[in-house]
Design a protein around this ligand. Structure first.
Ligand code: UN1
Length: 491
């Protein structure tokens, strides 16, 4: 099967007629072909989006919201089918793939409601017989660049608020996971999105992504991906005073205090560190543990890790699926060596599995390093795989300092039974997401999502914060006094 670009309401072949082949990362099974588009395809998409903006911006917000409501209904009806395709293409276990689609459903219904809210303010003027208010205004063509780890959720976090605010979209999904992008755009088409309002162009970051961020008719870029690419997007868009929202890496920690419920903490650690095979930007890759329970937690964790079953995400017995591709396996392997060289103790895992049944997939054993110190690269750099590093601390304060001593600031978590400790941590943990007595993953779509410091550039996705990124405020003054009234001027 061949996927196609969607430009100006038409499913179309890429200009040069070239395709790339996609395979299942768990089995090596051949899946489908995806266009390798060029700048020419991208330019056509931007042109269509620019033309469509003239009318889409005038469609009443509630009507734009109704379209998203339809999209939510269709996603809901096809949840299992979409999740199956996601697992085939990206590898995450079926239950998690369903969760990924569910985030899209949640976002559709939430943003559908924003079509009727989109609240601004009315406020008194400092002058008599004068009225003041604010309204949100759409901006123009939104360039949307998404990663492979949440092939449905992340595109919806960006596309739905962009649309409900009255922008048009050019969407470039990750090269590794085109299928869910294709299905999402098919659903948007089916729900009745007018031609040109949503355009989909498959292709590489270097060709299509680059042309998108540089295009002078693209008003804003919403990007989720690596720090390296994020910096590049910031430089290019900064130079052109183009608005850009960047969601980048993480090096998230779970802190476990001596007084914690250890069973609960273990569940949270396993889910956050090895769910999605550690390939979430919110994944837990550092475990900061108070000394009194360090040994007990290490032993129990090692035992729990040993019980995890690797395999295809479509197999009900599987706990941990494959990594996305061979480069990801190589990257994890490289960090295992770095950890060993730095003197960390490899407690379990650290290699690809020996089971011949897994040989065709990109699997890696869930890995635990102990005796890790904060300076080590495995405690500082994002690995994006099933590798957890355990760090021993004496106190809550030391734990918080350790948490904050990385260049990222996405998610953190604290397990404790002490409410005073919990509130101190809430005050002092320098991350955009904080969990008490839950792991580092599982953000809900109606709260702001994003991180401080190296995780981004200060914007937030999800919730009402997303509306701020995808709209421009207009302040409006209506003077009904019938005479010239001058603000700030003494009479
Ligand atoms: C990501 O890893 O890029 O909080 C997004 C979570 C999910 C979203 C993760 N709701 O883990």
């Amino acid at each position: 099967m061949r996927l196609l670009n969607f430009i100006n309401g038409q499913w179309s072949e890429p200009a040069e007629g070239k395709y790339r082949h996609i395979v299942n990362p768990a089995t090596g099974e051949s899946l489908w072909d995806v266009p390798r588009s060029t700048r020419e395809d991208l330019n056509r998409a931007v042109e269509a989006a620019k033309a469509a903006f003239a009318s889409w911006r005038l469609v009443p917000g509630p009507k734009r919201g109704e379209l998203l409501f339809q999209v939510g209904q269709l996603l809901l009806e096809r949840k299992a089918e979409l999740a199956t395709k996601m697992t085939q293409e990206m590898g995450k276990v079926f239950m998690e793939a369903q969760g990924d689609v569910q985030e899209g459903i949640d976002m559709a219904f939430y943003m559908a409601g924003e079509g009727r809210r989109s609240f601004g303010q009315t406020t008194p003027s400092e002058l008599p017989d004068k009225f003041a208010m604010t309204v949100r205004d759409p901006i123009g063509v939104a360039g949307i660049i998404t990663p492979w780890n949440f092939p449905m959720a992340i595109p919806t976090w960006k596309i739905f608020p962009a649309l409900v605010m009255g922008n048009t979209v050019v969407f470039k999904p990750a090269s590794e996971t085109p299928r869910l992008a294709y299905e999402l755009v098919k659903i948007l088409e089916e729900a009745g999105v007018p031609a040109g309002v949503v355009n989909l162009v498959f292709g590489s970051g270097t060709e299509v992504g680059e042309a998108l961020i540089r295009h002078s008719d693209v008003a804003l870029i919403s990007f989720t991906g690596s720090n390296e690419t994020g910096r590049h997007v910031a430089e290019v868009t900064g130079g052109e005073l183009k608005r850009a929202s960047l969601e980048l890496g993480g090096k998230n920690a779970i802190i476990v205090m001596d007084d914690a419920d250890l069973d609960l903490a273990l569940d949270g650690i396993i889910w956050s560190a090895f769910g999605t095979t550690g390939q979430r930007c919110t994944a837990c890759s550092r475990l900061i543990v108070q000394e009194g329970i360090y040994d007990a937690l290490r032993n129990r964790l090692k035992e729990r890790i040993g019980q995890l079953t690797l395999g295809s995400g479509l197999d009900e017995k599987t706990d941990v699926g494959p990594l996305i591709n061979e480069q990801a396996v190589e990257k994890v392997r490289k960090y295992i060596q770095i950890g060993k060289d730095e003197g960390a103790h490899l407690e379990t895992g650290g290699t690809v599995p020996q089971d011949p049944a897994l040989a065709a997939g990109h699997f890696f054993l869930p890995t635990l390093f102990t005796d890790v110190s904060m300076e080590m690269r495995i405690a500082q750099e994002e690995i994006f795989g099933p590798v957890l590093s355990m760090i021993k601390v004496k106190s809550l304060q030391e734990a918080i300092e350790a948490n904050n001593r990385v260049t990222y600031g996405l998610s953190s978590s604290l397990f404790t039974r002490d409410v005073n400790r919990a509130f101190k941590a809430i005050r002092d943990l320098a991350t955009g997401l904080i969990y008490i007595n839950a792991g580092t993953i599982g953000a809900e779509i109606h709260l702001p999502f994003g991180g401080s410091r190296g995780t981004g550039n200060g914007h937030r996705e999800s919730g009402t914060a997303a509306l701020d990124f995808f709209s421009e405020w207009k302040a409006i003054y209506v003077d009904y006094s019938g005479k010239l009234q001058r603000a700030q001027i003494d009479d």
